[in-house]
Design a protein around this ligand. Structure first.
Ligand code: NAP
Ligand code: HSE
Length: 439
């Protein structure tokens, strides 16, 4: 049997601790499958004294990730700390430059510096694997990077943040508050160290930017993404969506258009009977539309220690099985130096229409004024209904509009015109409606 693959792990939190536990408890099986043992020889985290419920005896502790990357006698550096800069970025650069294979679950780092890191890996002839960085346990990186080679991808979209989907699901099904659901997602190890990355959509944007590069062969461009999170979604929106036959999901969408690539992340109302609407809790779903294969949907656990560690372990196992000197799969699907510049698409007409919720004073003429502002901006309405406030309060009413297909810009202008009137009793809510063709 070949020599053991020596692994160093930086980060022993939710994912790192799960990974250590799995590698230790499945050592014999892994060794048989990979044709060589996988041995954890070095680790680091911030707090050496913390009890992590894992056995670190016989494993060398390094005081910093940079020192581990630079000095440990290892073949693979596994980065499970997080963050686009600082210790994670420094240590990954050191490891790659030293000629070590790297495995990471860090989408923030890849979104910020993925192309630069891929170039170093390719120059050094080492692997930079990151299956866990997008959609947790779902093998979507491998699917796009390897399995769909030869296909022209037209669209990638899906639910890519477990924390947000968990919050939206529990708010709808159990009537829990946003804050309580978020706390529970943090307790379960789903949320980022700074959970605003989850709920404001940044985490989904990081993941989408990586998928866009793999799908369309363009440079990673997270700053070009239209971004809206779920922090403004209220239980009233969730109930109104349900009454209209929809559920609200935070979707990331990237598609090829005639003018460039469109990337957007925002809460979306999807028909209750669509497959994507049935994806609940921490589960993620990624749909890929391509010309040879057609429509592919991958659904599975999107966050949490074991789900994520499963992908990290798969990446380590790929390295263990790889033959020294063999041609490596390019990190981002094609050689990093050949990725095309990212070209942002011009604003598209949105086919699905919009849901608009307005809180207004209960006065004569308000209904007519709203309908007029919509018409002035060329927006055709599918429905407009008035409801009492859910709390039964007097004096203000909720008006819910559903538009036919229209430009985002027209909706924004109409809403601004309504905001300039004197009858609004709260900030308007605007949510896109999508009717996924395939799922
Ligand atoms: P976590 O529970 O917060 O763990 C982070 C670990 O990194 C901790 O052990 C921490 O040390 C260590 N660390 C942080 N900064 C450090 C530094 N400067 N020097 C040394 N160690 C440092 O995070 P996690 O949930 O495991 O996530 C790790 C990575 O996986 C992140 O990139 C995250 O985005 C990604 N990811 C997570 C999930 C998930 O479901 N959790 C899913 C997919 C991807 P201490 O323990 O001593 O504080
Ligand atoms: N915080 C992320 C999520 C972890 O909730 O999806 C998985 O990437």
């Amino acid at each position: 049997m070949a020599d053991a693959l020596k692994v160093g792990i930086a980060g022993l939190g939710t994912v790192g601790a799960s990974l250590v536990r799995i590698i230790q408890t499945r050592a014999d099986e892994l060794s048989r499958t990979c044709g060589r043992a996988i041995e954890i020889v070095a680790v680091t985290a911030r707090d050496r004294t913390r009890d992590r419920g894992i056995d670190l005896s016989g494993i060398t502790w390094f005081d910093t990730p940079q020192a581990l990357a630079e000095k440990a006698d290892i073949d693979v550096f596994v980065e499970l700390m997080g963050g686009a800069e600082g210790a994670a970025a420094d240590s990954v650069r050191i490891a790659l430059t030293r000629g070590l294979h790297v495995v990471t679950a860090n989408k923030a780092l890849l979104a910020a510096s993925g192309v630069e890191l891929a170039k170093i890996a390719e120059e050094k002839g080492v692997l930079l694997n990151f299956e866990a960085a997008v959609a947790g346990g779902i093998p979507v990186i491998k699917a796009l990077r390897e399995s769909l080679t030869g296909n022209t991808v037209s669209r990638v979209y899906g639910i890519m943040n477990g924390t947000c989907n968990y919050i939206l699901t529990r708010m709808e099904k159990e009537g829990l508050t946003f804050a309580d659901c978020l706390k529970e997602a943090q307790r379960l190890g789903y949320a980022e160290a700074d959970p605003t990355f989850d709920i404001e959509g940044n985490d989904t944007a990081h993941k989408l930017s990586i998928l866009t590069t793999l799908a369309f062969g363009t440079q990673i461009a997270p700053d070009e993404i239209y971004l809206e999170g779920i922090s403004n979604i209220s239980i009233e929106d969730i109930h109104a969506a349900a009454d209209l036959g929809y559920r609200i999901k935070l979707l990331g969408v990237a598609q090829r258009t005639e003018t460039g690539i469109e990337q957007r992340v925002h809460p979306t109302m999807v028909p209750r009977d669509s497959v994507i609407a049935q994806v609940d809790g921490v589960t993620n779903a990624v749909a890929i539309e391509s010309d040879i294969l057609g429509e592919l949907l991958m659904v599975g656990p999107g966050a949490g220690g074991n789900a994520t560690a499963s992908s990290v372990l798969g990446d380590i196992a790929d390295i263990a099985k790889s033959r020294p000197g063999a041609q490596q799969v390019p990190v981002l699907g094609k050689p990093a130096a050949t990725l095309a510049p990212y070209q942002r698409a011009q604003m598209q007409s949105h086919e699905g229409g919009y849901f608009i919720r307005l809180s207004v004073e209960d006065r004569t003429g308000v209904f007519a004024s709203i309908a007029t502002r919509m018409a002035e901006n060329g927006i055709s309405l599918e429905s407009i209904v008035q409801r009492a406030k859910p709390d039964g309060s007097e004096g203000s009413k909720t008006i819910i509009l559903v538009t036919h297909a229209t430009m985002e810009d027209s909706v924004r202008k109409a809403v601004d015109a309504i905001k300039a009137e004197s009858y609004l009793a709260g900030e308007p809510q605007v949510i896109r409606i999508e009717r996924p063709q395939a799922f």
